[in-house]
Write a new protein. Structure first.
Length: 181
């Protein structure tokens, strides 16, 4: 990777780390989970630079997130909940959302970015969902299937966050394209 891309990744991870300090905690998620702008810089890197840069930015952010707020139940859980989840976010977002500089097809750019954000958050959900089933089953309410608990718990903050990021990036695209005209 070129120095410029690595620098962009480093800046994105630093910005994401700062943004991670400001979260909207959801009252029913006492074991973590919140809506924030933390992953937005990773999504921007993924959409600008592709899946490799997105995956690297996400994995580094996941590692930094672990170093700052570690939750350790098992070594595999640490991998799933941090570098795999965030790396998957950047990887999937970069696969579907990567756009070259706009060539006049603004609708296509908007749709690809929205698809990338959904795919990225879906990949992150898959990692957290798996971790929840395997390592956090004890927290499921009595009588509720563990898979359903893990899905509902993780989707309850990742889905609103994905929608928030889609809306925010669509506004940014709109403002930047109006500025150019």
């Amino acid at each position: 990777m070129r120095t410029r891309v690595l620098t962009e990744i480093a800046v994105a991870v630093a910005l994401a780390t700062v943004l991670g300090l400001f979260k909207i905690p959801l009252p029913h998620l006492i074991y973590g989970g919140s809506v924030s702008l933390e992953t937005l810089p990773v999504l921007v890197v993924a959409c600008r630079r592709g899946w490799r840069a997105g995956a690297l930015a996400g994995a580094v952010l996941g590692t930094v997130d672990f170093l700052l707020k570690p939750v350790v139940v098992h070594p595999v859980q640490v991998l799933l909940d941090y570098p795999v989840a965030f790396g998957g976010l950047g990887w999937a977002a970069g696969l579907l959302g990567h756009v070259t500089p706009p060539s006049g097809r603004l609708l296509l750019v908007r749709l690809r970015i929205a698809a990338g954000i959904l795919a990225g958050n879906g990949a992150r959900l898959a990692a957290h969902f798996t971790s929840g089933i395997v390592f956090f089953a004890a927290y499921a309410p009595v009588g509720q299937p563990v898979w359903l608990y893990s899905l509902l718990y993780n989707a309850s903050y990742l889905v609103p966050q994905a929608v928030f990021h889609i809306v925010l990036l669509q506004l940014v695209i709109r403002l930047t394209t109006q500025h150019r005209e």
